[in-house]
Design a protein around this ligand. Structure first.
Ligand code: FAD
Length: 316
């Protein structure tokens, strides 16, 4: 079932995101992350995609060899395993980085074949060895181009004009939005201008980057509506779970922590204390979001299902 068909007026759904494990792990580690959250009837589960990183290893005579590192199991396969084990809809993340259009088309064909009805279309971040995002040769340059490719496939237009009996793919497409602006955008108005283009191209809903100040989300929704974006805007919530998040969150996700949250965290001396502060903060955030009637709250678990379960128990 499509995400947009689940978003019912007046009811705030529960959904969450998990990361594919590092290579060598078994599917059981995914199930272990999901099981504690089943009691809260997740409407759907997102599975992120992680691009391969590359390092250059010095070989004989000074030659450099490009070596792939940190490979994780495939997102589409994990989504299929979850869907078939739990009968819960899944949303694979599909990124532009590292994919040619041909490979993207193949991934989309696979997920349609596996009975997955949704996809979150993203650009992806620059890899560690690049300062700016570099598209794959023959790949999409931004999320808008990816959405456009998916929309062509929804009309049965494949890359190869000679495909016999081209079946239109039937997928619900979500995209990312940034209540505190995407870090590369010169200003919020420009960022929302490009966000609107993804919606005009056919994306049906927006999931936000995590945020710790609900006002930023509410203001973002107002600005999107003023710009003529009418699709559901699903808030993304990530509870702080360790002391290092105080600096990691702003650095990695380009978001601010409100002063009252940061000062509480600065008083903590252990990860356990920080997680407690994070749980309390996220619970208050979620209670306010539910009261405001948001369509769904999307939790970034980052492998911390127990903490998200405690918040969901207080909210749902
Ligand atoms: P885009 O929509 O392409 O936007 C990127 C930047 O380019 C923005 O600044 C935008 O304003 C600008 N822009 C867009 N179109 C144009 C244009 N035509 N001309 C000029 N500028 C333009 N990353 C992963 O690698 N894997 C994941 O699984 C993943 N999941 C995510 C889930 C969510 C909910 C979110 C919010 C982010 C996720 N990310 C993930 C991170 C994401 O890939 C990065 O934030 C990335 O830098 C931008 O992706 P995007 O889809 O928003 O890009």
């Amino acid at each position: 079932m499509k995400v947009t068909d689940k978003l019912v007026e007046g009811k705030t759904l529960f959904s969450f995101e998990i990361l594919p494990p590092q290579k060598g792990s078994s599917i059981q580690s995914i199930y272990d992350a999901i099981d504690p959250l089943l009691d809260f009837s997740p409407a759907y589960i997102n599975v992120t995609y992680h691009r391969q990183e590359y390092i250059y290893k010095k070989r004989e005579k000074g030659y450099l060899e490009k070596v792939a590192v940190r490979k994780r199991p495939g997102t589409v396969g994990i989504c299929a395993a979850i869907k078939h084990k739990y009968n819960i809809d899944t949303v694979p993340h599909l990124i532009c980085g590292g994919f040619t259009r041909d490979e993207t088309e193949n991934a989309l064909i696979d997920l349609q074949f596996l009975g997955i009805d949704n996809v979150l279309a993203l650009r992806g971040d620059p890899i560690k060895t690049e300062h700016v995002f570099v598209p794959q040769e023959g790949g999409n340059k931004n999320a808008l181009e990816l959405v456009e490719q998916i929309m062509r496939l929804k009309k049965g237009i494949y890359l190869d004009e000679d495909v016999k009996n081209p079946h239109p793919l039937d997928l619900c497409v979500g995209v990312a939005g940034y209540p505190e602006k995407h870090f590369e955008a010169p200003n919020m108005a420009t960022d929302i201008h490009f966000l609107k283009k993804k919606i005009e191209a056919g994306a049906q809903y927006i999931v936000t980057q995590l945020f710790f100040d609900n006002k930023k989300y509410f203001d973002f929704v107002v600005k999107c509506r003023e710009a003529g974006i009418t699709v559901p805007i699903i808030p993304g919530i990530k509870p702080i779970s360790r002391l290092s998040h105080l600096t990691f969150m702003p650095k990695f996700f380009h978001v601010d922590l409100p002063e009252s949250l940061s000062s509480e965290l600065l008083n903590c001396t252990t990860d356990q204390q920080a997680a407690e502060v994070g749980r309390e903060w996220a619970t208050l955030q979620c209670a306010e979001l539910v009261k405001a009637g948001v369509p769904s709250i999307h939790f970034y678990t980052m492998g911390k299902s127990t903490q998200v379960a405690a918040i969901a128990k207080a909210i749902y």
